[in-house]
Unconditional design. Structure first.
Length: 314
C-alpha cells in the first residue's frame, strides 16, 4: 500500500519501525579509531539532562609528636577538602530524510539505509573523541593530552648538537627520556601513583619500534622498554604503550609530547553522562523529516594531576 506522507499517522507508522531497525544496526557498529575508553575511565553517571557533577578532593594533615605523661599536649590529625564542579555541555548531530527518498522506499518496499545514521554516529564519536583528547576552547575544556594541571617538562637536550630529538640520541638516552616520564608520577606523589600507561606520538612509537639497541643487538628500543620498565619490574604487569596521532604537536610550541600516567578512575576520567542517542523522527517541513541526535558531554577531569606527566620536544 502506498504511504500518504501528508498523513501524520501513516508517515509515523512507516518511519518508526525503519528507525528502530536503523538504530539497532548503528549500535552494532564500532569505530576503533575514536576509541578513547581504552585511554581513561569513562564515567557515565548521570543522564542526558544533568548540568554537571560535584566531587571533593582532600588531603590529610597532622603529625605524631612525643607526649608528656600528662597528655595535655595531644596533637590532632585533620583533613582538608576542596569542592570541584565538573560542568556538562549539551551537543548534537542528527540526520534527515526527504520526501522523495521516503516515497521511493515506500513504493518499492525497500528499507531505508542506515548510511545517514552511521555518518551521524561516526561524527558524534569523533566529536567526543576530540573532547576526550584535546578538550574544547569554546567551552574552556582541556583533554588528556593538554591539561594545564599535569606537570610538564622538556626532555633533556643532550643529543648530538644539544638536540632534544630522538633521531639525534642514542638508544640509552631515548630510554632515559621515557623512564624519566614513567617515574615522574611515582616520585611526585610520594610513591602512591605509578604510571601504568604510556602514550607516544605515532611516528615516535614507530621510530623506537625500528631502532635497535645497538648495531650488534637485534632487540629494538620498544621491545626492551616493554620488558624493562619500572612499572613492570615492580608489579609484574605489562606496561601499556599506545601510539596516538594526537601527540604529534601537543607539546609546547607544537612539538611532540609523551604522556605517562596511572590509567585509573582516581587519577583521570572522562565524563559522558549522556552518550549520543537518536530521538524519534519528526516532520520538520512539508518535505523533510528529521532524526535529532543528542549527547551530554562533561569532558576530562584529572582528579590527581600528579598521577600523570608530560614530556615534550623529542
Amino acid at each position: 500500500m502506498e504511504i500518504n506522507f501528508n498523513d501524520a499517522q501513516q508517515a509515523l507508522g512507516f518511519l518508526t519501525p525503519q528507525m528502530l531497525r536503523i538504530n539497532t544496526e548503528v549500535e552494532k557498529t564500532a569505530y576503533p579509531s575514536f576509541d578513547y575508553s581504552r585511554l581513561m575511565y569513562v564515567n557515565t553517571d548521570g543522564d542526558m539532562w544533568d548540568a554537571g557533577s560535584v566531587f571533593y578532593s582532600g588531603d590529610i594533615a597532622g603529625a605524631a609528636q612525643w607526649l608528656s605523661g600528662k597528655g595535655h599536649d595531644m596533637p590532632y590529625a585533620d583533613i582538608a577538602t576542596t569542592q570541584h564542579l565538573q560542568a556538562n555541555h549539551f551537543a548534537g548531530i542528527g540526520y534527515s530524510w526527504f520526501l522523495q527518498e521516503l516515497q521511493r522506499a515506500s513504493k518499492t518496499g525497500r528499507n531505508l539505509t542506515s548510511d545517514k545514521a552511521d555518518a551521524a554516529r561516526m561524527v558524534a564519536e569523533s566529536f567526543v573523541y576530540g573532547i576526550a583528547m584535546r578538550g574544547s576552547t569554546e567551552k574552556g575544556l582541556t583533554g588528556l593530552v593538554n591539561s594545564a594541571d599535569v606537570p610538564v617538562a622538556n626532555v633533556a637536550a643532550d643529543g648530538t648538537g644539544s638536540s632534544r630529538l630522538w633521531s639525534a640520541k642514542t638508544s640509552d638516552l631515548i630510554l632515559r627520556d621515557v623512564n624519566a616520564a614513567l617515574n615522574a608520577p611515582f616520585n611526585a606523589t610520594k610513591e602512591t601513583q605509578r604510571a601504568n600507561t604510556l602514550i607516544l606520538p605515532s611516528t615516535k612509537m614507530q621510530y623506537i619500534a625500528e631502532t635497535r639497541l645497538g648495531s650488534t643487538n637485534d632487540t629494538t628500543v620498544l621491545k626492551f622498554l616493554r620488558e624493562n620498565n619500572s612499572y613492570t619490574l615492580e608489579t609484574g604487569q605489562p606496561l601499556t604503550i599506545i601510539g596516538s596521532r594526537e601527540l604529534e604537536t601537543a607539546g609546547d610550541g607544537g612539538t611532540t609530547r609523551m604522556v605517562a600516567y596511572d590509567n585509573s578512575r582516581g587519577v583521570v576520567q572522562m565524563h559522558l553522562p549522556g552518550p549520543h542517542e537518536f530521538l524519534p523522527p519528526f516532520q520538520k517541513s512539508a518535505m523533510e523529516w528529521e532524526v535529532a541526535g543528542i549527547m551530554n558531554v562533561g569532558g576530562v577531569e584529572f582528579r590527581r594531576p600528579k598521577g600523570a606527566a608530560y614530556r615534550d620536544g623529542f
